[in-house]
Design a protein around this ligand. Structure first.
Ligand code: PNS
Length: 163
């Protein structure tokens, strides 16, 4: 009898807030791995629109359709979190070549630090221009972001921005 191995992966990020681009990657990762942990970075140095708790709430609602996805947060090095949770793989979406250089550097560093591998997933071209920072900027000035974020996020975004 062979012991069954749980294939586990992490999708890390700031998710301030989660976008349709993130959800595309999370959903596809959920199809490849037994368990996917979406890990929100607690970054005290970076100001955010939503608190970590709010981001976790929105993510939890947005991924409710995937039974093998759960949301968590982490502080410090991603590889330390991976080690503590027994996660051998980081899944990252690549939107364009401009993402690649920095992502490659981090992937190689994470591999060097803790033998944690990174799987790069090309984003759906429909989302290749999408970034949380742009969503926030556009929404701040009254632009329409309804096709860029899940409906539940849109409501919270407009409420937070007083629109
Ligand atoms: O959504 P973001 O802000 O682009 O996500 C970046 C994130 C959280 C994946 C990255 O900054 C990260 O892994 N930070 C944790 C700190 C760390 O491990 N730094 C060393 C990287 S080699």
């Amino acid at each position: 009898m062979s012991a069954s191995v749980v294939r586990r992966a992490v999708c890390p990020g700031s998710f301030d807030p989660v976008t349709n681009g993130h959800l595309d990657i999370i959903g596809r990762a959920a199809g490849l791995y037994d368990e996917v942990i979406v890990a929100v970075l607690i970054n005290k140095a970076k100001s955010s629109l939503f608190t970590v708790e709010e981001r976790i709430d929105m993510l939890s609602e947005a991924v409710a359709e995937y039974p093998n996805v759960r949301i968590d947060s982490f502080y410090g090095l991603l590889v330390d979190y991976c080690r503590s949770q027994n996660i051998p793989v980081i899944v990252k979406g690549l939107r364009a070549i401009s993402d690649f250089e920095y992502e490659l550097q981090m992937a190689q560093m994470n591999r060097k630090l803790a033998s944690v591998d990174t799987l790069f997933m090309p984003t759906n071209p429909e989302h290749s221009f999408l970034a949380s920072s742009l969503v926030k900027e556009i929404a701040t000035y009254g632009g329409d972001v309804s096709s860029l974020v899940p409906h539940l996020v849109l409501g919270r975004l407009l409420e937070r921005l007083g629109r």
